[in-house]
Design a protein around this ligand. Structure first.
Ligand SMILES: O=C(O)CCC(=O)C(=O)O
Ligand SMILES: [Fe+2]
Length: 274
């Protein structure tokens, strides 16, 4: 039998019909790297056509879906300026295209492999850093997840570098477990590491990547992103989180999340941020 063709790409139709992860990357190699380093960097994971297809669906979502979203599902730098979007949340709950994308073998299948358990989509987010957007404080996603049975993928929808707010990872920091975080008043990033020591800063690896690259990180991998210093370039990225299926039946966890979200939304409303 012929070995599977690596890097088969198509930009046609729903994402679930696109070639799955095993035709895009060497899964054993990537899993080993993920376990050792706490992240993966999959260059050219998507073809330019595939990125173009997602970007045009994102434009449609912004035009057709965002105007009717509840305030907690779309955050703007300036509250009444739709063009200043900094974050869209839970996109799969409002749109079949993004639901299909999150469930597709290209992404969900890769989460299953890297984590070694059956996973399901938890959240589809748009991390948009418009020109002038603030930095992303150092944090671990596990503090938001409230567990470590998950993974975050971060898909570059345009080229990213030091100027427009590339992300940096602290390799191997996932081995430190959950670290202490404090509250911030930054919209979209409500928690930041209590301490970000020099020893971590000097290890940071900046993910300057071309569009179509898929990054992925462990819930305890410390990461950070710079501000967008450009006056004209955006830094659009899609965030996809997957959790082990077992989390769904963890009633205590689900309850903690409902309570946290209620509290956060109340605070953001009172502060006039949403
Ligand atoms: O896009 C960013 O600046 C940060 C993204 C992030 O924190 C994540 O993907 O977990
Ligand atoms: Fe994060």
């Amino acid at each position: 039998m012929e070995p599977p063709l690596k890097k088969v790409k198509t930009g046609i139709g729903l994402v679930s019909a696109w070639p799955k992860f095993s035709e895009r990357v060497d899964e054993n190699e990537e899993k080993e790297f993920f376990l050792d380093e706490g992240y993966v960097k999959l260059i050219d994971f998507l073809s330019p056509d595939e990125v173009g297809a997602i970007r045009s669906e994102l434009d449609r979502y912004q035009k057709e879906v965002v105007p009717d979203l509840p305030p907690k599902r779309a955050f703007f730098e300036k509250k009444d300026d739709a063009s200043s979007v900094i974050r869209l949340e839970r996109m799969a709950d409002f749109d079949d295209y993004f639901k299909d994308l999150s469930e597709s073998p290209a992404f969900n299948g890769l989460a299953d492999i890297l984590l070694g358990v059956d996973c399901e989509p938890n959240n589809v987010q748009f991390f948009s850093k418009p020109p002038g957007a603030k930095d992303t404080p150092p944090h671990q996603d596990g503090i938001y997840f409230m567990h470590d049975k998950g993974i975050t993928f971060w898909l570059a929808l345009d080229d990213v570098d030091a100027e427009n707010g590339a992300m940096s990872y602290i390799p191997k920091s996932h081995k430190l477990g959950e670290l202490k975080h404090n509250k911030t008043d930054q919209l979209g990033f409500s928690k930041a590491l209590d301490e970000f020591p020099e020893s971590m800063k000097k290890d940071a690896v900046m993910m300057e990547v071309k569009k179509g690259t898929l990054l992925g990180h462990h819930p305890y991998t410390v990461h950070i992103a710079g501000p967008n210093k450009s006056k004209v370039r955006w830094r659009p990225a899609l965030g996809l989180t997957y959790w082990a299926k077992s989390c769904r039946d963890d009633e205590e966890l689900q309850e903690k999340h409902r309570n946290y979200e209620k509290k956060l939304m109340k605070e953001l409303k009172e502060a006039g941020k949403i």
